[in-house]
Design a protein around this ligand. Structure first.
Ligand code: ATP
Ligand code: MG
Length: 576
């Protein structure tokens, strides 16, 4: 920036004395050379001291003591290069006597400020505006810097000065967050008072290295028979929940949280771009089932500015990392990433980035890959903690080949595909068994589950094929009719009401009885009889149940024994 007139501005509440003027002129000459005119401007902001603006450097000799306090509070915690996103009171933040690089706001609106300077601002750096509002640099052009604002844009106006902080964004973390509802900046919004933070974590952090990870080998049970039996999810895995609107996507996620009760897993639900009423309903549900005791809800509703919706999943992930680093298992749900991509698209368009496919910016793939890659199962040396991610994606009319769905499918370890047709036919959860897959979860399944669920997928595939085929055939032989009835019975069995998770050992019994020809009944009776038999076995052999739950193993002897007992019970109760 060249300044032909070379004016330096001096701000203070009362006019400086001649002696002070000479002192400042002297200071400028020493530092910047000769040729500056010193112009005084009245400003109450520098009460009790002076502000001096030379070129892009602002010197502040006023609230030095307050600054030192803030500096101490920032440096008091570990991770010196992180600054919390929370808005600080303007009085508590003033730059010190070291020169600050500053920029000037050219325009502001839609949660975005375009600035001229600061020249050396870096991507992702936090800038502080003169009103105390913070923003994050998201675009660096030759002349301007684009910055997203973490507060209402009313408090920033054209001509405002923004200071560099040379720090990246972070959010407060700690045990105190468990059981709370917070916004994307880590501020409580549940009216339960302040949260005491133990630490600050950067919202963007590189994913753990390969060497620090271990394979997925522990199950993260959803409590839903259809998922745990055929598409098991392992701790550290990323499993996508995908489907049209109103197909029960959120229900599966909440069910999984409810099922973690007593399993020592911390659950984080990140709501992005949802209606406030939906978020409230979800919080109420979690409370009702006692799941809030181990959960955190991070909410950036549709009504909030795009920058907050954009930051929310990263903030949630930072919280998850705090617990993972402590050796805990964390389940995080991003509901949903389609809305996240839309928020990012609007930011990008407002920042004048060139639109690509479906008007998304070119880096939208990286947006989600860098988020989902942070899910991991850490090695024992690193404490053995894990983050399991269940991202949710909404499709339009079942189109999984749209831009965002294909991107996310390619960076997850599988998907649970939900279908409107099934949902309306009463098949809930509406999981399409043919199109869903879990690529690594099988390694995490307990041997008891593996042993008993073996033929389920195949049986259902056969049923689907036969079902299509029978539409053309009139008379069917007895064997085919039987197979069809069996398939229908299995489909009925996979129906499960929400918030009624099944324990692993119960699921093992259900599969054992359903898949071993213990019951021969019409589809509408099949389900009822299977569960009656399960309840009988649970009642009669509690020790065996406990053994399965504890060891995850079902021995061949036990398997034979339980099948025999089940057959006997069925014959006694139903005559066949
Ligand atoms: P949206 O696209 O609006 O986010 P969604 O796909 O997340 O919708 P949900 O909100 O989870 O869908 O569910 C839609 C409706 O279906 C809800 O009213 C829910 O109660 C009901 N529902 C979901 N799963 C089941 C189930 N297993 N049994 C009975 N009802 C269910
Ligand atoms: Mg939903």
């Amino acid at each position: 920036m060249t300044n032909t007139e070379k004016i330096a501005y001096l701000y203070s509440a009362v006019a400086p004395t001649e002696k002070q003027r000479v002192g400042f002129v002297h200071f400028i000459e020493k530092k910047y050379g000769k040729g500056y005119t010193l112009e005084w401007k009245q400003s109450d902001k520098y009460a009790g001291g002076f502000g001096l603006l030379v070129e892009a450097d602002l010197y502040d000799w006023s609230a030095e003591e307050r600054f030192r306090q803030l500096k101490k509070s920032i440096q008091g915690v570990k991770g010196n290069d992180i600054i919390t996103l929370l808005k600080e009171e303007v009085s508590s933040w003033q730059p010190s006597v070291v020169p600050q690089e500053t920029g000037t706001v050219l325009s502001v609106g839609d949660g975005i400020a375009i600035l001229s300077g600061p020249e050396r601002a870096t991507f992702g750096e936090i800038l502080v505006f003169s009103s105390g509002v913070k923003g994050m640099v998201l675009s660096l052009e030759t002349e301007t810097v684009g910055c997203i604002l973490f507060d209402s844009d009313d408090s920033v106006s054209q001509g405002d000065i923004a200071y560099r902080t040379k720090k990246t964004a972070g959010i407060p973390t700690g045990e105190g967050f468990i059981g709370r509802v917070i916004n994307a900046l880590g501020e409580p919004i549940d009216g339960l008072g302040e949260i005491i933070a133990d630490d600050y974590y950067p919202i963007e952090r590189p994913a753990p290295d390969i060497i620090d990870r271990q394979p997925v080998n522990k199950p993260m049970e959803t409590g839903l028979l259809v998922i745990d039996s055929m598409f098991p999810i392992g701790r550290g895995q990323r499993e996508l929940i995908i489907g049209d609107r109103q197909t029960g996507k959120t229900a599966i996620a909440i069910d999984t949280i409810v099922n973690q009760k007593g399993k020592n897993v911390i659950c984080i639900y990140v709501a992005i771009g949802q209606k406030m009423s939906s978020v409230i309903r979800i919080c109420d549900t979690l409370k009702k089932y006692g799941a809030m005791d181990y959960s955190i809800v991070v909410s950036a509703t549709a009504g909030e500015a795009a920058p907050l919706q954009y930051v929310a999943p990263y903030a949630g992930c930072a919280l998850a990392e705090y617990f993972m680093d402590k050796g805990k298992d964390v389940l995080i749900i991003y509901d949903d990433l389609s809305k996240h991509a839309v928020a990012y698209r609007s930011l990008s368009l407002l920042l004048d980035r060139s639109p690509g496919r479906e008007a998304y910016p070119g880096d939208v793939f990286y947006l989600h890959s860098r988020l989902l890659e942070r899910s991991a199962h850490l090695s024992e040396e690193k404490g053995g903690g894990s983050i399991t991610a269940l991202p949710v994606v909404e499709t339009q009319a079942g189109d999984v080949s749209a831009y965002i769905p294909t991107n996310i499918i390619s960076i997850t370890d599988g998907q649970i595909y939900l279908e409107t047709n099934l949902f309306f036919a009463g098949q809930r959860p509406a999981v399409n068994v043919g199109l869903s897959v879990s690529r690594v979860g099988g390694d995490a399944q307990t041997t008891a589950m593996k042993k008993t669920s073996g033929t389920l997928r195949l049986d259902l595939a056969q049923y689907r094929e036969m079902e299509a085929f029978t539409q053309f055939a009139g008379d069917l032989d007895e064997a085919t009719l039987k197979r069809l009835a069996y398939g229908q019975g299995l489909m009925q069995l996979l129906r499960q009401d929400k918030f009624h998770p099944l324990a692993m050992n119960t699921q093992v019994l259900v599969l054992l009885i359903a898949l071993n020809k213990v019951i021969d009944a019409q589809p509408n009776e099949f389900r009822e009889r299977v569960f009656a038999t399960v309840r009988y076995l649970e009642r009669e052999y509690p020790q065996k149940m406990l053994d399965i739950e504890r060891s995850g193993i079902l021995s061949d002897d036990d398997k034979e024994f339980l099948i025999a007992q089940a057959k006997e019970y069925v014959e006694r109760s139903y005559g066949k």
